[in-house]
Design a protein around this ligand. Structure first.
Ligand code: NBG
Length: 799
């Protein structure tokens, strides 16, 4: 294991007991698991706070530039283990708790999983914060402190049920309330001119109050801040007159209304909902962040001209795109800079990451709604757009069209750099959504392929494999992930490979035990663990995967004595509550699982499990135990993917299309260690143009026809045979995501996977090469490139 922190186990034990007694007021003999978890968290937090203060001091002393990462989502998950791992206190924590009669893992399990995000975008933001701290780059994450994060998912009769997520009901030790950092956020009202100055007088307002969570980097050498805003009533939070009249609900109404803004995360990452509350949330986050940024800047500098050299603001997707007009408003209306100068200065501070090309996810707001909530901003958007039009008379696209404000175009105009999240995605940005802007600004779009933090996604979640890695190449890989290359010479050593395989097997045994105790699924750990975990979406094609399972099941039934490769297909993921097709896919998978798992003839060869309530914690459990990683999106639709990187790093082989970062993963790990199938992005359009493409694919492949027929005939829904006709009709008709057209090649690739898995020696060689060659996918690499190419920010860690 990686070398220990200098704190001794005894000191650590004393710290835990001290917190138990003085912070929690509990005696060890009466403490609950939650008390122990809190006491342990406080003991860890003490150490985090020391680094945190030191980092803040250094930043002020150096007058350094800070990076501000604005994001509506931070999918941080649990923080206790992260802190312990990064402080290298694992052994002390485990031993100290054991000495106190407590089990380390049980205590860790008690922590709520903070799901303040939907999926990849939010998890990326969390990985980025950790890398920013590891690299010692002064930075703040700004987001919203949602009372309810992403909903809790359960299944009733195979159907997804949603319940509110309540992470704040359980205590946790990580946030510091900052009542002194409170800003007023206005909405609506009037714009007037007074003494030649434009003045916006909002009609309503709420206050944003800060909650700070320190984010500790590797080895505790640096810590940054995640500052989340919580909404509060601006003036009288409590209406005493109403209370005195006996109207108790009415008395609390002002506060309740204000709090609505930070009450709940929008549970959708793929549609633009166009809802007023969402726009309010976006301005709430951005307005509070910019006031805070300007206050900090003013406390250090008197020369506004220095702003771009001290402040870098990253817009994580278009959700905080109002930062453009808001910063112009501050600089022009409030600070008196000429409009053009204000616009140029704002642009020098701002940059924008695009995370999707799906047209339905590109935000745009009707000018009526936008102007009602943000009247001054609408005027500024128009001026920004006019200025851009004047500078580029040949342009045909704009940030204002069809009575809408187009947030992608607005972000592009207001950013000095715009980035995509994988090489393919960035190329597609240049040739599709932003083709004209790219022609006008050929240097603005750059690529920054995503990455994942190796501390959480290897060191911490997979102690067996990380132990082997450290034994083999030493301990410096955790923040120099390219060093995994040093494993390559060992891969051909059978004794070493056996250890690698043993780690994977033990992880699978753990998962099998966990599934049998929590989900009543009993499987043989020698089966191939084939895993698809991500949000449910037609473009991600979970239905392609389940169709393949059905086809395989039919083949096995037709020929039960053949030499099949036993496989467990594991699914997990949530569907947006209003996305009915995706919810039908979940139900179909559950229905198929019921039939297949009950089939005594085939169940030793094939089983299906859909694990409920996918979240960061479940991902940490599944990824180390996976043999096969399903990355099967329609080419051109998955901007990057980050799960794909976590799997490869942990030695799962990918079956995938040439989409998003799969392309780069395949280049790094080697084509021979990757199962490729499917149409490429440049073929997709032409295929779609064939009128009956799905029907043709079905006619050409009897397996596909038979699998669809089984669904259609109600084999998996005998009580309601027509249940899935919408799915079968879609897949044999429009099939926009080309499930039917890609099926035949997918089935072929899966049989290649089967054959490869039989030769375990060779399979493990390929798996180990995936680990050895995935070092490039560290978010440390990504953040280093953002620092140099977008933010012009420096590390202060070693200063
Ligand atoms: C998601 C993409 C993923 C990508 C993450 C992080 C959104 C809007 N986009 O492919 O679908 O990995 O962003 O960049 O959530």
């Amino acid at each position: 294991m990686v070398s220990r922190n200098t704190m001794t186990t005894d000191e650590f034990r004393a710290a835990i007991l001290r917190h138990l007694k003085y912070e929690l007021g509990k005696d060890a003999s009466h403490a609950s698991v939650e008390d122990w978890r809190m006491a342990l968290s406080f003991a860890v937090r003490d150490q985090i706070v020391d680094s945190w203060f030191a980092a803040t001091r250094k930043t002020y002393e150096a007058g350094a530039k800070r990076v501000y990462y604005l994001s509506m989502e931070f999918l941080i998950g649990r923080l206790l283990e992260d802190g312990i791992v990064n402080l290298r206190l694992v052994d002390q924590a485990r031993d100290a708790l054991a000495a106190l009669g407590q089990d380390f893992d049980t205590v860790l399990e008690d922590e709520p999983d903070a799901a303040l995000g939907n999926g990849g975008l939010g998890r990326l933001a969390a990985c980025f914060l950790e890398s920013l701290s590891t690299l010692g780059c002064p930075a703040y994450g700004y987001g919203i402190r949602y009372e309810h994060g992403l909903f809790r998912q359960s299944f009733v009769d195979g159907r997804q049920m949603e319940a509110p997520e309540t992470w704040l009901l359980k205590r946790h030790a990580w946030e510091f309330e900052r009542p002194e950092s409170r800003y007023r956020i206005g909405f609506g009202g009037e714009v007037s001119t007074k003494g030649g100055k434009v003045v916006w007088t909002p009609a309503d307002s709420v206050d944003a109050e800060a909650y700070d969570t320190p984010v500790i980097g590797w080895q505790g050498r640096w810590a940054n801040t995640l500052r989340l805003w919580s909404a509060r009533a601006s003036d009288t939070p409590f209406d005493l007159d109403s209370f005195n009249r006996g109207d108790f609900a009415g008395a609390a109404e002002p506060e309740a209304l204000a709090r609505t803004i930070s009450r709940v995360l929008y549970p959708d990452d793929t549609t633009d909902q166009g809802k007023e509350l969402r726009l309010k949330q976006e301005y709430f986050l951005t307005g509070a962040a910019l006031q805070d940024i300007m206050r900090r800047f003013d406390s250090e500098h008197d020369d506004l001209g220095k702003l771009p050299s001290k402040v870098a603001i990253q817009m994580n997707d278009t959700h905080p795109a109002i930062a453009g007009p808001e910063l112009v408003r501050i600089l022009h209306d409030e600070r008196g800079l000429p409009f053009d100068e204000a616009m140029n200065m704002a642009q020098a501070c701002l940059s924008y990451t695009n995370h999707t090309l799906l047209p339905e996810a590109l935000e745009s707001w009707h000018e009526g709604l936008f102007g009602k909530l943000l009247p001054r901003h609408l005027q500024i958007v128009d001026r920004i757009d006019d200025a851009h039009a004047k500078a580029h008379p040949s342009r045909t696209v704009s940030a204002r069209s069809d009575n809408h404000v187009k947030m992608g175009e607005l972000s592009f105009i207001m950013a000095h750099k715009v980035n995509g999240v994988s090489a393919l995605h960035t190329d597609l940005m240049k040739t599709t959504v932003f083709s004209e802007f790219h022609r006008l600004h050929p240097d603005r779009i750059i690529n920054q392929t995503n990455g994942v933090t190796p501390r959480r996604w290897l060191l911490s979640c997979n102690p067996r494999l990380s132990g082997l890695i450290t034994d083999t190449i030493g301990e410096t890989w955790a923040d120099h992930l390219e060093e995994l290359k040093g494993l390559e010479p060992h891969v051909s050593d059978p004794a070493w490979l056996e250890k690698y395989a043993a780690a994977k097997r033990a992880n699978k045994v753990d998962l099998a035990n966990w599934m049998s105790s929590t989900a009543d699924i009993n499987v043989d750990p020698d089966m191939m663990f084939d895993v698809q975990i991500k949000r449910l979406h037609e473009y991600k094609r979970q239905h392609l995967n389940i169709l393949e399972a059905i086809a395989l099941w039919q083949e096995i039934k037709a020929n039960p004595s053949a030499d099949w490769t036993p496989r467990l297909k594991i699914f997990a993921g949530k569907a947006a509550p209003g996305y009915f097709f995706a919810k039908d896919i979940i139900r179909l998978i559950n229905d198929v699982a019921k039939v297949l798992n009950a089939d005594v003839e085939t169940r030793d060869m094939l089983q299906v499990a859909f694990l409920p309530n996918y979240n960061v914690t479940l991902a940490e459990r599944l990824i180390p135990a996976a043999d096969l990683s399903e990355q099967i999106s329609t080419a051109g639709k998955e901007a990057s993917g980050t799960g794909n990187m976590k799997f490869a790093l942990n030695g799962a082989l990918t079956v995938g299309t040439l989409d998003g970062a799969n392309v780069e993963i395949r280049e790094h790990v080697g084509a021979e260690n990757f199962f490729l199938f499917g149409m490429t992005a440049d073929k997709v359009e032409a295929r779609r143009a064939i009128k009956d493409h799905a029907a043709q694919a079905i006619a050409a492949d009897p397996r596909l026809a038979a699998a669809l027929k089984a669904i259609h005939d109600g084999v998996f829904s005998p009580d309601e045979p027509a249940r899935y006709h919408n799915i079968t009709e879609n897949l044999s008709g429009p099939d926009y995501f080309l499930v039917s057209s890609d099926f035949t090649d997918y089935y072929r690739a899966q049989r290649e996977v089967d054959t490869a898995f039989k030769d375990q020696q060779h399979w493990m060689t390929m798996a180990a090469l995936n680990t050895a060659r995935s070092g490039w996918f560290s978010s440390d690499r990504t953040i280093t490139d953002y620092m140099a190419q977008i933010w012009d920010a420096k590390s202060l860690r070693d200063s």
